[in-house]
Write a protein that binds this ligand. Structure first.
Ligand code: NI
Length: 226
């Protein structure tokens, strides 16, 4: 399932983040790429331990912890600290897969990448190209979202970033290990949760809302690794 999460950050947060990101010293993005993806990766990145990356990463994680759509769609168990990249002057990232397992920096802990996230920090009209192209079960999808919005997609998907031919594409990217490893099961839970939310708004006292909520939690109990 590919889902856009609107307004993860406020325009004020995006503005402050952009000022800090635009002033930061970027390094070659190949440093954090795996063997296969290093061959096709051409962008700039903030070093993981850069103070701007750490400060903005905390801001993103705090915002996500309060975002009901993200929590429902991702059912996160662990989230890798957000990283930041920048594409300009024709830079791109060719077709690749994301590594299945990553080390959480400074902890020695492993994280299974179930979901990939890209949070946009540049408005679509600031740059040409730069679409995130994702191949999933339903075909190829192109993603280019307003600043402050985020896309969440299965890390199992082949994907690439088209060359940026004007301006700069600035974004944050990171991975989520979900309590629900299987994308199809996670999708069922998400659809069910959204249906319960709608029913709660329209017919809050209906007995079926309680039954469905019970079933939701029983499925979560059956499938979740915590
Ligand atoms: Ni990738």
């Amino acid at each position: 399932m590919l889902i856009a999460i609107p307004n993860v950050l406020t325009p004020e947060q995006v503005g402050q983040a952009r000022a800090a990101l635009d002033a930061a010293d970027w390094v070659d993005g190949k440093g954090t790429a795996g063997f296969q993806s290093a061959k096709v990766k051409d962008n700039a990145q903030l070093p993981e331990n850069h103070p701007v990356a750490q400060e903005l990463g905390q801001m993103i994680l705090q915002a996500l912890s309060r975002n009901l759509l993200f929590m429902s769609a991702a059912l996160p168990s662990r989230i890798l600290p957000p990283m930041f990249n920048r594409y300009a002057g024709g830079q791109h990232f060719g077709a690749h897969v994301d590594n299945a397992i990553r080390l959480v920096p400074g902890t020695g802990q492993r994280l299974r990448t179930d979901l990939s996230c890209t949070l946009f920090f540049a408005e679509p009209d600031e740059y040409d190209g730069g679409e995130l192209v994702i191949e999933d079960l339903f075909g190829t999808q192109q993603v280019k979202l307003p600043a402050g919005h985020m896309v969440l997609y299965p890390s199992s998907s082949l994907h690439h970033v088209r060359p940026v031919t004007r301006g700069a594409r600035v974004s944050s990217f990171f991975w989520v290990q979900s309590m629900i490893r299987d994308d199809a099961q996670r999708r069922i839970l998400f659809d069910m949760d959204m249906a319960i939310v709608r029913l709660n708004q329209d017919v809050p006292d209906h007995q079926g809302v309680l039954s469905l909520t019970n079933s939701y939690h029983n499925l979560l109990r059956l499938w979740a690794d915590v």
